[in-house]
Structures are given as structure tokens and as C-alpha cells.
Design a protein around this ligand. Structure first.
Ligand SMILES: *[C@@H]1O[C@H](CO)[C@@H](O)[C@H](O)[C@H]1NC(C)=O
Length: 199
């Protein structure tokens, strides 16, 4: 009795297995017999993978998209933080040219030289931390400092560092008292009232 049961179970599994296999598309079955794809064992930091002619079509697509976005920003929102694309107006949250600053390295990488030079002139001429009110610490660190340092890293132009130094000096006031928790926003140009943040 037990033997019959066992044989039935084994037969059922064999059948199921057979049936299952034949139901799989050829492509999947082929893959199941292969070891993992070559690419997975390659080091990811192989620069040739990203820089070669092979990737030029992707680069061209990125350039086209950036040209489109930049033309919109330039036409409708120049000098503002951001473009509102449906109303076609400029918008400020900080008044510190955020989108322009965070685009500097992108413009250089995509070799949009004329656009980069125009943005650079505007940033170096007009970026002024004195005239602002309260801004987000996180945005100052990532977008503004990160954008300026990225542009400096790619050009070695010390005028970007002068701007960063000015901003960093203002932000550092948020960390000057060890008994006060740093605030998540800061007035770049005024008195810091941090009485509520005392630990
Ligand atoms: C936005 O900020 C820029 C740069 O500070 C300034 O020139 C512009 O007038 C501001 N726009 C508005 C609508 O406040």
C-alpha cells in the first residue's frame, strides 16, 4: 500500500516536473541552464562602460532634454530659483538661483558651453547671501554648496569657493553652541533665535 502511494507520488512529481518544464518559454529555459550573466561579475566602476561611444546616443538624448528644460528656464524664469512649467513663470523659495546653481555641472558635462558660461556669469555676479531671509539648512548644503563645489571641482575657478566660504560661515553659526541643537532652517543674514532648541 505504502509502495503504491510512493510510486504515485514520485510519478506525480515527475509528471508535474515534465509538464512544468515544457510550459516554460524557450527563452527562460535557456537562461535557467546558464550561469549568471557576465555583466554581473564585472566591476561597476569600469569607466569605459560609461564614457565610450557606445553611450553617445544616451548622451545626445540627455542633451536634448536639458536643452529643452534650460531654454524654458532661460526664457521664462531666468534669475529665479525655478520654472513653473505650466504657468511659465519664475518662482523663488530662497532667491538664491537654486536651479541655476544645481545645473552648472550638468551643463558642463553635457558640453553646453554657451549656456554654462551664461549661468556662471549670472551666479558669480548675482548670488548674494546677504539679501536672503530664512532658508533650509539641507537645501543650502546640498543644492547651493554642492552645486558650487561641483562647479569648482570641474573648473578650478576660485570664485566659486569664495561664495561657498561666505555661505559656510553663515551656516556655521548654527553649530557654534554645543548646548543648542542645530536648527533645520536658518536666517543667513540675521540674529539666530535658538532658545527653543536648548538641549
Ligand atoms: C527671485 O530671486 C531673484 C534673485 O534674488 C530676484 O532677482 C527676483 O526678483 C526674485 N523674484 C521674485 C518674484 O521675487
Amino acid at each position: 500500500m505504502l509502495a503504491v502511494l510512493l510510486v504515485t507520488i514520485v510519478a506525480a512529481f515527475a509528471l508535474l516536473n515534465c509538464y512544468g518544464q515544457s510550459e516554460l518559454p524557450e527563452m527562460v529555459k535557456g537562461r535557467m541552464n546558464k550561469s549568471p550573466p557576465e555583466a554581473q561579475s564585472k566591476p561597476l566602476d569600469d569607466a569605459a562602460e560609461y564614457g565610450g561611444e557606445k553611450y553617445e546616443p544616451g548622451m545626445e538624448l540627455a542633451r536634448q532634454m536639458m536643452r529643452h528644460s534650460w531654454a524654458g528656464y532661460r526664457k521664462y524664469a531666468w534669475g529665479h530659483d525655478a520654472l513653473r512649467p505650466l504657468s511659465r513663470t519664475g518662482h523663488n523659495t530662497t532667491g538664491l538661483l537654486t536651479d541655476m546653481i544645481s545645473s552648472l555641472d550638468t551643463l558642463m558635462m553635457l558640453r553646453m558651453d554657451a549656456e554654462y558660461l551664461e549661468a556662471k556669469a549670472c551666479v558669480l555676479d548675482q548670488l548674494n547671501f546677504d539679501k536672503t531671509s530664512t532658508v533650509s539648512m539641507a537645501e543650502m548644503g546640498t543644492t547651493i554648496m554642492g552645486g558650487l563645489l561641483g562647479a569648482f571641482a570641474m573648473t578650478n575657478d576660485g570664485r566659486y569657493v569664495t561664495k561657498v566660504f561666505d555661505l559656510a560661515t553663515r551656516l556655521a553659526r548654527n553649530f557654534d553652541d554645543l548646548e543648542v541643537f542645530p536648527d533645520d532652517s536658518i536666517d543667513l543674514n540675521g540674529y539666530l533665535d535658538r532658545t527653543n532648541l536648548r538641549v
